[in-house]
Design a protein around this ligand. Structure first.
Ligand code: MOS
Length: 744
């Protein structure tokens, strides 16, 4: 359920249906593995059943005997592949563990790929391939013997004497929280199709970053990037898992080269748990010192995150948690725990999801201790500055709280845990804040406008479900003064100008800012800004034709480069020599969040009702109200859809999702969608989204804050807080499953 927002008069903000909606619902949208190629061979991966050790022998005889088998690739015949640099910023490799043996460094490491004339033959032969291993005892994660700890190298916020302030505080809270391993599980599997035409490679692979895929695949193969074309028109879910190069891509491309034939790989669901990244488990220790008024004088947040042996992947969300309120003194730290695991990576609202869950749970615990309404506690600590004195570009947190609380009926809450009951059902109401850093990156675009009022926008973004093609089209229509229907958006192909990785919720801000620039350049040539759209059909179209006639041309084309202020050389983050050059080379330069002169974040408040059966402890979430402020909303329909989806991710994290790992062998045990729990329709009932108006001219020219990941951030804590309110049981380890409430 959603409330209607007033429909804006201009293109921007209008709830246009997605450009690709019809293609998607009719099955016409072609995902990477749907792309027709001539006479393909089919690949099937073989992955390691041990997490640590060494391959001691490979017997190919049985496998080779399967009719239709073409070739078997292992570490013995793939030595041409280069080691690619691990890249944690969205470019580069997803892991340093790129070899297919003989050394085994994690469960499910790729050890072979069978290629055959049919998928079935490849699979059969893969099952028959005999690989022997020398096995060592692996360390599965936290607390495992042999896991090693080291402080994370990222700088973390620190201000004042937090320990002293804590000791002197009138009210003290100390609590520890934990979040589990999670896997993205996009419905579209990890696929790669490689086609060579002489020395030119075309890769069809679902990707969040066309130029990353193009450049990194070239690096892996030791060829020039201009010999690689990456195509990914649609992506059936990624959530961070398709942003960096995984080892399969080079393997498939090399196989296709050696066999002189297109090779198509569609990895299986269980292989997807180990051949790409995941969200590693985290732990949190929080100490808060406050005055009786609720004013927080000391905030300390220490995090622990699991990573692989070779790579220092961390999300280090203390950078966010320590800045979200006007804390007095802050002290933070992050420790990495290296285990025999694949390298984790970005997943659905990193870094804030685990860290803000801990913060927002702790604030609820503090409110209980203070006997204070949890909304009032946030209000007391709401501030236009963080502890270090850094100011917000805009901050609408309490507006979000007020609107969501009102819609939810929060004033009817009775504070005592267990005091709201209907028959056998204990009712709990809880709330929490959502924060997501506003990211933006250097981007490029090409726009063509014809005298007849038709335009084409070209960007190497790709539709991962966010609606970027639609909002880029709306921006062009607005700036060119034409109807949205007259704009064609071409994306998902590295032949178009590069845009940043679709990560960190930056795509709308980045793409819209550069499309705006290209369109404005066209209009400047035509003698000035476009007339507003409402005159289309009358003055504006006639006007456009006349303007073209005056120039004596029938079409105008502009290529634009947009570099955000904070990414310009010698401005604050001076590390970026030439962000456009880096973008073309496959490295995005995302800026924003807490990194610049101002704190730039989108915010929201989420209110949750849970119902818990008093006898069985079954947990239900009958309704969530989320109010969000994220600068200019380009399209109220796609924005609302993203918030709805993200709140459902939040329900998933709160109650369902966890990858179970067997501590004895460091292997995942629920690597399928039957045992890896996610919410189904019955778990999602009433969701209400409120779009809180906000203007922020500092974030970027388009005034857009990213929203793709925001709605996910507050949900888990809000559910946990509601569960406490229903039962008096504080669950500090996600997911909250009924067995954790039975112990009470
Ligand atoms: Mo998203 S996890 O920032 O790709």
């Amino acid at each position: 359920m959603s409330r209607a927002a007033p429909e804006p008069k201009t293109n921007m903000g209008r709830p246009e249906p997605r450009i690709e909606a019809r293609l998607k619902v009719t099955g016409e949208a072609r995902y990477a593995s749907d792309m027709p190629v001539h006479n393909p061979a089919f690949a099937f991966l073989v992955t390691s059943p041990v997490a640590k050790g060494e391959i001691t022998g490979i017997d190919r005889n049985d496998a080779k005997a399967v009719p239709g088998v073409v070739e078997i690739f292992t570490h013995e015949n793939t030595g041409e592949l280069k080691q690619l640099k691990y890249g944690s910023s969205g470019g580069g490799a997803a892991t340093s563990i790129q070899d297919f043996g003989p050394k085994i460094q994690h469960d499910g490491q790729i050890v072979a790929m069978v290629v055959a004339d049919t998928f079935e033959a490849a699979r059969e032969a893969a099952y028959r391939l005999k690989i022997s291993y020398r096995e060592e005892t692996p360390s599965a994660g936290f607390d495992a013997p042999g896991a090693t700890s080291a402080p994370d190298k990222k700088p973390v916020p620190k201000h004042g004497d937090a320990e002293k302030a804590f000791n002197e505080a009138e009210v003290k809270l100390e609590a520890a929280y934990g979040t589990p391993t999670q896997h993205h599980n996009p419905i579209e599997l990890f696929t790669t199709t490689a086609v060579w035409n002489n020395d030119e490679l075309t890769l069809y692979e679902p990707s969040q970053f066309m130029y990353g895929l193009k450049n990194n695949a070239a690096g892996k193969l030791g060829i020039k990037p201009d010999k690689v074309r990456a195509i990914s028109h649609f992506v059936g879910g990624a959530f961070g898992s398709k942003a960096q190069l995984t080892p399969r891509t080079g393997l498939v491309a090399l196989a296709a080269k050696k066999l002189n034939r297109p090779v198509k790989l569609v990895a299986t669901r269980d292989q997807g748990f180990t051949i790409a990244t995941y969200r590693a488990e985290t732990r949190h220790a929080i100490k808060i010192g406050a005055q009786k008024s609720g004013k927080i004088t000391s905030f300390q947040h220490e995090g622990w995150e699991v990573t692989s042996r070779p790579d220092n992947y961390s999300v280090a969300g203390v950078e966010d948690s320590a800045r979200m309120y006007g804390f007095g003194a802050v002290k933070t730290g992050v420790t990495l725990v290296h285990a025999d695991r694949n390298t984790p990576g970005f997943m659905r609202s990193p870094p804030v999801v685990p860290y803000i869950y801990a913060l927002e749970s702790a604030l609820d615990e503090l409110a209980v201790k203070l006997k204070m309404d949890p909304v009032d506690l946030r209000r007391v600590n709401d501030s236009m500055k963080d502890a270090t004195g850094k100011e917000w570009s805009s901050r609408s947190l309490m507006k979000c709280y007020d609107q969501a609380a009102d819609a939810f009926g929060w004033s009817k809450r009775s504070a005592e845990p267990g005091s709201m009951r209907e028959g056998d059902w204990l009712i709990g109401w809880g709330c929490a804040s959502a924060f997501y850093p506003t990211h933006i990156g250097a981007s490029t675009a090409r726009v063509k406008l014809n005298a007849d009022g038709h335009a084409v926008v070209q960007i190497a973004a790709h539709e991962i479900g966010t609606g970027v093609m639609t909002v880029a089209g709306q921006m062009a229509a607005e700036r060119l003064g034409i109807a949205f229907e007259q704009v064609r958006v071409e994306a998902g192909d590295s032949i178009y100008p590069p845009t940043p990785v679709a990560g960190g919720s930056n795509q709308t801000a980045s793409c819209c800012s550069v499309v705006m620039k290209a369109c404005d350049a066209i209009m400047a040539k035509l003698g000035g800004a476009a007339a507003p759209r409402e005159t289309v059909g009358g003055g504006a179209m006639k006007n456009l034709g006349e303007r073209f006639a005056r120039l004596g041309v029938s079409t105008l084309e502009e290529y634009a480069e947009f570099v955000p202020e904070a990414a310009k050389p010698n401005v604050i983050t001076s590390a970026f020599s030439d962000p456009i050059k880096k973008l073309y080379a496959g490295t995005p330069t995302l800026v924003g969040g807490s990194k610049g002169e101002k704190l730039m974040y989108a915010m929201g408040a989420e209110f949750v009702e849970v119902r818990i059966n008093a006898l069985t402890r079954e947990i239900r979430v009958p309704r969530i109200v989320g109010a969000f402020a994220a600068g200019r909303i380009m399209n109220t329909r796609t924005a609302r859809s993203q918030y709805l989806g993200a709140m459902i991710w939040g329900i998933s994290s709160a109650l369902h999702e966890a990858t179970e790992i067997d501590p004895r062998n460091a292997r995942y045990t629920n690597d399928n969608l039957a045992d890896y729990l996610i919410p189904v329709n019955a778990d999602v009932q009433q969701l209400e989204v409120i779009l809180v108006p906000e203007q922020d001219s500092l974030v970027n020219p388009a005034g857009v804050k990213g929203i793709g990941e925001l709605g996910n951030v507050g949900t888990a804590a809000a559910v946990a807080n509601a569960v406490y309110h229903a039962t008096g049981v504080r669950v500090r380890e996600l997911p909250i499953r009924l067995e954790k409430l039975l112990k009470a």
